[in-house]
Design a protein around this ligand. Sequence first.
Ligand SMILES: [Zn+2]
Length: 274
Amino acid sequence: MDERTARREIVRVGQLMYERGYVVSSDGNLSVRLADDRVVATPTQTSKGRMTEDSLAVTDLAGKPLSDRRASSELAMHLLIYRERPEVRAVCHAHPPHGSAFAVAGLAIDQPILSEVILTLGCVPLAEYGTPSTDELTEAMLPLVKNHNALLMANHGAVAYGADIWQAFDRLETLEHTAKIAILARALGGSRNLPPDAIEKLIEVREAAGYLDERARCQACGYLHETRITCPTGERDRTPQSSAPRPHANGAGRISLTREELIELLSQAARLKN
Ligand SMILES: [Zn+2]
């Protein structure tokens, strides 16, 4: 994408985030990584609803300014994601009210309640609290970035990313919509999770269609919370020749699961429920 298009789209998506109430005041930030690894980012202390194309900042991947505009103080979060996920070209960070309510309540958005969300987003884990715009925040996010396409940050907000700014925005929108539906369902007495075989089928469909790859398989983990298996905390040591599913981790240490073992666990969880 050329820089002009990137600037135009950042301004447009900023307006949408503001109009949809995902940000107020000067909250949130957006960025696009250009082909030459320069990053066009929203400026500091500016409403996302009234940015202009020439108000945006440009930095390199280390955050070094390449323009006279100062980038958002939360740029480090974006740069972390670009470093961890070379295919990601855009990042949207906001404080959407329903998604942020989960983050404030200390909850991930990881229950398998909506088929479309399993197909297109996967589970959204909760990163521990870290002071915004410091290393604390990026360190809390680091283990989660590889295996997810959106994250909640405890007592803060949400971030979503993708192959372009529209995919990043769509994922943020899906996150917020899912959180809203989950809260509404709770008011109606609670949501019912999709059964394990349905989750397995959705995971097959999304991988065959190329919506999400095997890195996102932890969608099923939400269902497995009853068995005390939580979302993967990522994997930093995966060897390229390995085709095994990524290891999962719980608070006590790491465990690995094959696809078959995962299905077996899911079935066990289903039997426990009945
Ligand atoms: Zn923020």
